[in-house]
Structure formats: C-alpha cells, structure tokens
Design a protein around this ligand. Sequence first.
Ligand code: CS2
Length: 491
Amino acid sequence: MSDLLGLSTLGRVPAASRPRITPGDAGAGIVHLGLGAFHRAHQAVFTEDAMAAAGGDWGIIGVAPRSVTVFDAVRAQDNLYSVTTLAAEGLSTRVIGALAGVRHAASDPDAVVALIADPAIRMVTLTVTEKAYRLDPATGRLLLDDELRGDLESDRPPRTVPGLLIRGLAARRRADAGPIALVSCDNLPANGHRLRGLVDYLAAATSLTDWVAGNVTFPGTMVDRIVPASTAETFAVARRALGVRDEAAVSGEPYYAWVIEDDFPAGRPAWEKAGAVLTGDPRPWERLKLRSLNGVHSAIAYLGALAGRETIAESLTLPGMAAMVRRFIAEDIAPSFTPPPGVETIAYGEEVLHRFANPAIEYRTVQVATDGSQKLPQRVLHTIIDRRAAGATPRWGIMVVAAWMRYAGGLSDDGRALPLDDPLATRIRARLAAAPGTPAGVVEALLGLDTVFAPELSGDDTVRELLVEWLTAFDKHGVKATLAGMEASET
Ligand code: CS2
C-alpha cells in the first residue's frame, strides 16, 4: 500500500487535516505561474478557504516555470500537498486541495499558452520573484535581453515569463476567450502597475494594444507570510502529522495577509471570506510592507550573515541588532512615507520583529540575501532616496547598503564563504575584482551598478561618505562588534 499523500490515501489523514473542499470538485479558473513554497502557503490557502466558504470554479493550475522537483512531487500526489503552521506554541498541518493541476513551462510552454487562452481561466496570478519580470530594478523599465527578444520575434516556444504571458494573451484574443486579470503577487513596488507597464510594452510590439486595453486588468496586491524553504524537517513534521509522506510539504508562520485591488473583469474567488482585504488602492500597503518588513528582513539578513548567523531569528539576538533595526524603522523608514489609514509604522515594525523572532521559523539569512540587486531598490534604496530628498541623512538604511556591499565580497567576518546568488553576480564580481579592495574602492565599484543605484544615490556625496564610513567600521571591527558598539554607546 502506498504511503504517499494522494487521493487514495487521503482517508488515512486525520479528518481535521483534510482539505476544506473536495479535491477535484472545483473546475480550474486560475493559472498560477510560480509553484514555489510561498504560493502554496499563501494564495492557494486563501483560495481554498474562499471556495470552502462561497464555492466557485476557482481551482488553480500551478505552473512551475523551470524547476521540475515540485511539479513532479505535486503531480505524483494528485495535486495535494500540506501546509504546516509554525506557531511558537505548537504546530498544525492541513492538506490543501486547491490545486486542480500542474504544468511545467520549461518542457511544455505551449500547454501554458493554451491555458491562458482557455475561457474557463479567468485570471493568471504570479509569484515568479523580482528578476523574472526583467525590469530594471532602479527605474522599473523593461530590460529587453536576447531571450525575451527571441520570445517576441520568433515562433519558438516562449522561454521567459513575459514571453509566456504575451503569447498567452495573443492566443486568448484569437480564441475570443474573454477578459482576464493578470495578478502580480511578487514583492515589487506597485506590482500591478509594473506588470501592466511590462505587458503594455510587449503588446505594442505585437499589435495587441487595443485588445489588452479592453480585456486585461492588472490588480495590484500586497502579499505577506513568512514561508521558509522546506527542509528535511518540514517533510518529517508533515509525515508525523498526516500519517503519510508529503514530498511537496511547506510550512509558514501563523500570520498571513493579502491586500488585493478589486479589479477582476471576469470574477474572482470570495477571498474576503478567507480574510483577504479587497481595496481600491493597495499601494500604501505595499510600500509599508516592502520598506518595513522586507527592508528590515534584508537588513537582518546581510548583517546577520556577515556576523556568522544562520537564521533571521538567531541574528536578531546579536547584541545591538534589535536596537539598530528599531532605529532604522523609527528614524529612516517611518518618516519616509504615509502609512495606510489607521496603521502606525513603528507599531507595525514591532509586530514584524516579533514575527521574525518566532523560534519555530528557521528562515536562513542567505535565503533572504539572494537577489539583492533586485530587492534592495524597493526595500531600502527608496527609503534612502525619500529621506535624502527631505534633507535627512538615513544612517541605518545606508548601513544596510554597506552590509550588502560587504556581503557581495563573498566572505563573512570569520572568513566563511557567503553565496552571491544574484542575477548580476557576474557584473558584481567583475566590478569588485577591478577595483581596489579598500572601502572607497568597493563603494565606487558597486555604486556604478546603474540598474541598482539611481543617479540621485550614486551622485550623492553624503551617501557615498557614509557607505565608506560603515565599510571601514566593518573592516576594522567586524559587523558583530559594530552592532554591539552601537548598543553600548546607547546606554
Ligand atoms: C523575504 C520574503 O526572502 C525574502 O526576501 O524577505 O520572502 C518575506 O519572507 C515575505 O515577503 C514575507 O511576506
């Protein structure tokens, strides 16, 4: 008898852990690009709860763009997988039945194009990470590289996410399959707006402009849940809770939130019944979350990794770290924007620190540290730009950028290798290799990355001097002592 999670073994799973809908009952209504842990622990859960509360054919076809591991695992389990909630006071596991199917874009892109053209599909949601949009992080403009140009100018099957979308939309128009919403669920600023800009650009190149204007919407969203990468422990916990193996298990913190712009021309699940907030303008929420949660996450990740810490929660216990982060929030982040009505940024920041400190979440510093060139602009640099425009000197934000620059050098303070997992890694390494290894040399070399640092930053002498100052302190004392010294000077 199989011991793998699936329709035939679901009866062995404790009743309280079974899906809240009957798997396979709902027809597919959503195509989701990006089958990573975040989607499985976030939008898929909201969508299952919405269908459980109000019905609707909103089953999700999950598309894995490149990696085949999750695709294979979910397919072998009849589209079932589990989510374990990691609360400090205990764990709970539930099987999710919201996936109606899976596809693998790299080996079968035409199937994805055909799905986007299917009238039953009324929205495409995306969690493909910042870099897949191929937007210049500093300006938000599209970066047309050879791969994307190939998707636009030839008939070969599309290889990029923008290529899949535009081919899918062209096929949808040909099929006269009706309007559709494209919903970015990535941590980009004004993500709906950015996705619209991208599609509009590609539509103009493919004579789709009028059809897109009349048939496609781009609701913006703010997504939030801390979902660490699954480990052997995640699978072991799922097995204990379910009584069967789950090779696609994920886990996440108890907190989860979703703010969505309500602009769906062909309907949507009743997500509000699952706790989501439907709104006219999610952008104040996005800004709050990107700067005060993700910006602080990145700060702790770079500083913690340099100080030799494995996880975010461990890094937070470094002497001086919580004090530094609180000053970053209070002195730089909070004054840089107006939060949504009724929200106070400092109180929000305290809640974020509480969430980061959850000992049950082992979120690795090097995981948050990936793709820094794509993440820093919206998480930290926009705060610095806004504070500089107001005549202030955002010391703590600049300290975070200095930590990223040191991290890019590839070594922690005690000489351990740190992975530079970044689409610009080759450029970053080349620039560092060609520059003197002094703090001023490193700053000069990396500020020259013009897709990361807008001219108002790279041309700002105060920013440059402070970066050199922080890197000098890190060189002399290390990150740990720099943080600890800050705390000592406070008291
Ligand atoms: C994190 C996010 O890995 C990262 O870059 O900052 O994935 C973060 O955990 C989520 O955005 C929380 O909602």
